[in-house]
Design a protein around this ligand. Structure first.
Ligand code: DGP
Length: 131
């Protein structure tokens, strides 16, 4: 199973900010929570609506996922869609994104799905190549 329990076994979530949020030792503005997944407002939003959906367990890179993780990975997307509905951005359109590694700008080493919307997000073809 793709999992790192070191943070989860710490009551306060160790040194991972999302484990701390899941553990309740770091405050967050939560909009959804169950026994597997938590969703909350991103602290530095890049869109009018910007939420994060995270697994409670400290899963790291999507690249390390195995078949046993399919249920949880599917759930992260479904909850992302539910959060979009709850935040009132489902009809106008929204984007789910997972950043993996340096080139994607990943800063938090705990798998998370960004839910962004509430404005024109531009198509991926309009994103600069930086060259
Ligand atoms: P990234 O690793 O680049 O996919 O994005 C991580 C996101 O997590 C980034 O948009 C900012 C957000 N973030 C980082 N620390 C905290 C925190 O302590 N609380 C909340 N709510 N969001 C955080």
């Amino acid at each position: 199973m793709w999992r790192d329990v070191s943070h989860e076994q710490s009551a306060e979530g160790g040194n991972c900010v999302f484990c701390q949020i899941v553990a309740g030792s770091l405050p967050s503005r939560q909009v959804y929570s169950d026994d597997e997944v938590v969703a909350f407002h991103d602290v530095t939003p890049v869109a009018k609506v910007h939420m994060l959906v995270v697994p409670r367990r400290h899963a790291t890179l999507l690249t390390d996922a195995v078949e046993d993780d399919d249920q949880l990975l599917g759930k992260l997307l479904r909850i992302g869609a539910d959060v979009a509905k709850k935040m009132g951005i489902a009809d106008s359109g929204y984007r789910l994104a997972v950043n993996q590694g340096a080139d994607a700008g990943q800063i938090v080493d705990h798998l998370h799905v960004h839910v962004m919307g509430g404005q024109d997000l531009y198509s991926l073809g309009e994103v600069s190549t930086g060259s």
